[in-house]
Design a binder for this molecule. Structure first.
Ligand SMILES: [Zn+2]
Length: 88
């Protein structure tokens, strides 16, 4: 169905479109400037999406995607959280 397309989000690493459920959502809170991984829609902020694959996470991190899209530094904490999502 065509209507489903608007629910698709683009992976920032491989640029493919997927359902939100199949992606990792990285959000920077406008107020606190903290980075949240997969916290749902209750946070207002800038978001970027990634496939749940090590390849896309690696590509995103190596291209400094966090800095580029979210204007903040990539911390070890963020990296750890991203890779934790894969293990679930
Ligand atoms: Zn991807």
């Amino acid at each position: 169905m065509k209507e489903d397309r608007k629910f698709l989000r683009q992976c920032a690493a491989c640029k493919s479109y997927k359902q939100k459920e199949d992606l990792i959502r990285i959000t920077k809170d406008y107020k606190t400037e903290k980075i949240h991984i997969n916290l749902g829609n209750e946070i207002n902020g800038r978001s970027v999406y990634l496939c749940k694959s090590e390849e896309c996470i690696n590509k995103f991190l190596s291209k400094k995607g966090i800095e580029h899209y979210l204007k903040t530094k990539t911390t070890e904490n963020i990296k750890e959280k991203l890779y934790t999502v894969l293990k679930k």
